[in-house]
Design a protein. Structure first.
Length: 211
C-alpha cells in the first residue's frame, strides 16, 4: 500500500537585508570607521598622550638646564668672585667670575634692558609653541633654549645693579674667546639643534617635509 506523501511546511525566514530588519552583527560605528580609515582606535587620545610626553621632555630639559646654571652661578659668586682665576687646562681654559651686563658671550653691554625684553619674549614664544609639540628632538632643543633663557633672565631681574639691568654671571673663560656660562651654552646648543632639525625638514609637530 502506498504511503501518503507528507509535506513539511517551514515558516518564511525574513531577509536580513530587508528594510527595517536588523542586519548582521557589526562593530560599533566608531570602530568600523576607524578600521575603514586605517586609524587606530583611540587615535585622538594617543596623539594627546604623545604631546604630553613631549611637553614633559621639554620642561624636564629646561628645568635641568636652569638648575645647573643657577647652582653653578651661586657657587661661582660664593667661591670664585674677587679671587684669582682657577686654571683648568693651563691658560687654555680657566674659571673666572665676570659680571656681564650685555648679551651672551659679553656682547652688547649697552643694551641690557633690550636683551632682557628679548629673553622674556623668547620664553613666551617657546611656551606657546609647546602646545603643538610632537617631536622629541624639538622638545630637547626648545628645552635647552628655555632653560638657558630663564637662567640669564633670572640674573637680569635679581642681580645688581637692579631689575631689568642686572649683570649676568659668566665664568667659563677659554683662551682667545669671550667668557660665558652654562645658560649661554644651553642656548647655543639648542639653537644649533634647531638649525639641524630645520635642514632635515622636521617640524615641531612631528611632520617631515622635503623642499
Amino acid at each position: 500500500m502506498a504511503e501518503a506523501e507528507r509535506t513539511i511546511e517551514t515558516p518564511d525566514i525574513p531577509d536580513a537585508g530587508a528594510a527595517g530588519e536588523p542586519g548582521p552583527l557589526t562593530p560599533a560605528d566608531g570602530t568600523a570607521a576607524a578600521e575603514e580609515s586605517g586609524a587606530p582606535e583611540g587615535g585622538a587620545t594617543a596623539v594627546t598622550g604623545k604631546g604630553r610626553r613631549r611637553l614633559v621632555a621639554l620642561f624636564t630639559v629646561a628645568v635641568v638646564a636652569y638648575l645647573l646654571d643657577l647652582i653653578s652661578k651661586t657657587l661661582v659668586v660664593a667661591k670664585l668672585e674677587h679671587h684669582d682665576p682657577v686654571e683648568i687646562i693651563g691658560d687654555w681654559l680657566k674659571l673666572e667670575a665676570v659680571r656681564n651686563p650685555g648679551a651672551a658671550f659679553s656682547m652688547g653691554e649697552a643694551f641690557t634692558v633690550v636683551f632682557t625684553v628679548i629673553a622674556a619674549a623668547v620664553i613666551v614664544v617657546i611656551i606657546r609653541l609647546a602646545r603643538k609639540l610632537r617631536s622629541l628632538p624639538w622638545a630637547i632643543a626648545l628645552g635647552l633654549l628655555l632653560g638657558g633663557a630663564l637662567g640669564n633672565l633670572t640674573d637680569r631681574l635679581f642681580r645688581a645693579p637692579g631689575v631689568f639691568k642686572g649683570a649676568v654671571v659668566d665664568f667659563i673663560s677659554p683662551a682667545h674667546f669671550a667668557v660665558f656660562n652654562l645658560a649661554d651654552s644651553a642656548i647655543v646648543c639648542g639653537g644649533i639643534l634647531i638649525v639641524i632639525l630645520s635642514f632635515r625638514g622636521l617640524d615641531p609637530d612631528g611632520t617631515v617635509h622635503k623642499d
